[in-house]
Write a protein that binds this ligand. Structure first.
Ligand SMILES: [Zn+2]
Ligand SMILES: [Zn+2]
Length: 335
């Protein structure tokens, strides 16, 4: 199996080879059949995503003036974008899939920014995610919602497992197997070592800034609540929703071997990651929202890095490839 080295030390290694190797290493190459869900189930899932967010947004005017202010809003947004794109652009599209090459400063920035999401140290995150792609929705996938079958109770259990339960799995993905390239990079090993420091930073920077800007303890406290706790909570649920919801409901326009789906309501909050079927269809592609009108903020950011000269060899989508994947999908469905 050829693994990509995102630091560019082994530029000649082709990520496509790795994907192909993973594909061929699979014991079962049968196409997955789409499970058809009833409307009630679909509705319940939508509720699960939408209602808590509405509640959270409703809490803002209620707390306005005493529990939340502009400083909190700005700090929350800034830290959400930095840590969120650290995951999507950094941990996911760059470190896991090598959809572009980054210069050293950008690489270190992305590793640190993603760590601020508190979703685990970078190499561990990548190992789990590469394993997810290797086995997606089959035995060996660390977080498939289909693990407990397609009955209603199995799906509810599976949803919970894919969303958050898998995090408590005691087994660790073997990093030596899935991420030898990252383990060989001293910069990344150093960032991993500083995980506790970065966790302290992501929790404490917002209250320190909030306190200084408003020059009050109340300002520090509300910044801690919104820009540290609420921000991390929303970001965690959005990331987890890619594993749970985006493997259960939505459109599946492209052939992908699994049940990954494009779920539009999460496109903005997930920085484009909820175009998850397109991503599984062509995992190394730098843009996930490959169709017209599909907002993909991470892809825009990568484009900006490319323009600045910090990112090179960006693997932008090839229309003919996606046309072929769509045709393949149509054949699978007609079987
Ligand atoms: Zn997936
Ligand atoms: Zn991926």
């Amino acid at each position: 199996m050829t693994l990509l080295d995102p630091s560019g030390n082994a530029a000649d290694r082709d990520i496509a080879d790795r994907d192909e190797a993973l594909r061929q290493a699979e014991p079962n190459t049968k196409p997955m059949i789409d499970g058809r869900k009833g409307y009630a189930e679909q509705f319940a899932l939508y509720l699960f995503v939408v209602v808590p967010f509405i509640a959270l947004i409703a809490a803002i005017p209620l707390a306005w003036g005493w529990g939340i202010g502009w400083t909190d809003i700005v700090l929350t947004l800034v830290f959400y974008v930095i840590s969120g794109t650290g995951i999507t652009v950094g941990f996911h599209r760059y470190f896991t899939h090598g959809s572009f090459k980054a210069n050293r400063a950008l690489k270190i920035y992305l590793a640190m920014a993603g760590t601020l999401a508190i979703e685990g140290p970078v190499i561990r995150w990548v190992a789990d995610h590469r394993r997810h792609h290797a086995f997606s929705d089959r035995e060996g996938d660390p977080h498939s919602p289909w693990r407990f079958g397609e009955s209603l109770s199995g799906l509810i259990k599976g949803f919970w497992f894919a969303h958050v339960g898998w995090l408590f799995d005691l087994e660790h993905t073997n990093r030596a197997k899935y991420t030898p390239d990252l383990l060989a990079d001293p910069d990344l090993v150093r960032v991993e070592k500083h995980f506790p420091t970065l966790v302290a930073f992501t929790l404490l920077a917002p209250p320190v800034l909030g306190g200084l800007i408003t020059w009050s303890w109340a300002g520090a406290l509300s910044a801690f609540f919104w820009a540290s706790l609420v921000r991390l909570c929303v970001l965690h649920h959005v990331t987890w929703s890619i594993n749970s919801i985006c493997h259960m409901i939505g459109d599946r326009p492209y052939s992908s071997r699994d049940k990954s789906a494009n779920f539009w309501p999460l496109a903005i909050l997930s920085f484009g990651e909820s175009w998850h079927n397109s991503h599984h269809a062509d995992p190394t592609c730098a843009r996930h929202g490959v169709d017209r009108g599909q907002i993909d903020i991470s892809a825009r950011m990568i484009r900006l890095f490319e323009k600045l000269g910090w990112a090179t060899d960006v693997r932008w989508p090839k229309r003919d490839r996606f046309d072929k994947l769509a045709a393949k999908r149509a054949t699978e469905l007609s079987r």
